[in-house]
Design a binder for this molecule. Sequence first.
Ligand SMILES: Cc1cc2nc3c(=O)[nH]c(=O)nc-3n(C[C@H](O)[C@H](O)[C@H](O)COP(=O)(O)O)c2cc1C
Length: 188
Amino acid sequence: MHVISLAGSPRQPSRSSVLLRRSEQWLQQRGVTITAYNLHDFDADDLLYANFNSPQIKALAAELARADGLLIATPVYKAAYSGALKTLLDLLPERALDHKVVLPLATGGSIAHMLAVDYALKPVLAALKAQEVLHGVFADDSQIEMKAQPQPTLVPALALRLEEALESFYQALDRRTPVRTSQLQHIA
Ligand SMILES: Cc1cc2nc3c(=O)[nH]c(=O)nc-3n(C[C@H](O)[C@H](O)[C@H](O)COP(=O)(O)O)c2cc1C
């Protein structure tokens, strides 16, 4: 199984990326191959000026076409997901998530916006034709201790929710509709 991870925070260090790194480790321990991307892998001008010919965007689209699933993480910005992430998603082909299972992860300053993934990000993932978008994981900032050593820690309740979501993701990857070779050729 092959999964793309995409960190949607423009900032580093990043709490939402902590959830992503934890998830990657969990999946790698179960034999899943991860290809990790973050917004800094892309030219800011390409994102801002919608350069559909960006080599990095094309490389991501090609990797996605071959992958089984997507882990996508974002901070909540102004009651939605990050605008920088949107500039990237806008450049993906229309069916970029066809046949993919997607697990969204989000962090926010307060639980007031814990549904931002549901009402803002999920419609975009559906527009990209994701086969299955799982119930995501939201954490508020107090649940991730960034200064812990040697690495940031999650409060136990969050760690448990994340593990449950990853179990579901892993099972969904296992049962997903396999992409046909002819479709891969069409996308490439
Ligand atoms: C520009 C900006 C806007 C934000 N807007 C919200 C918001 O509307 N609701 C919320 O709960 N948190 C908001 N926050 C807090 C972030 O979502 C929160 O700190 C998040 O964990 C940051 O994730 P990151 O470290 O991965 O960037 C905002 C933060 C910034 C910088």
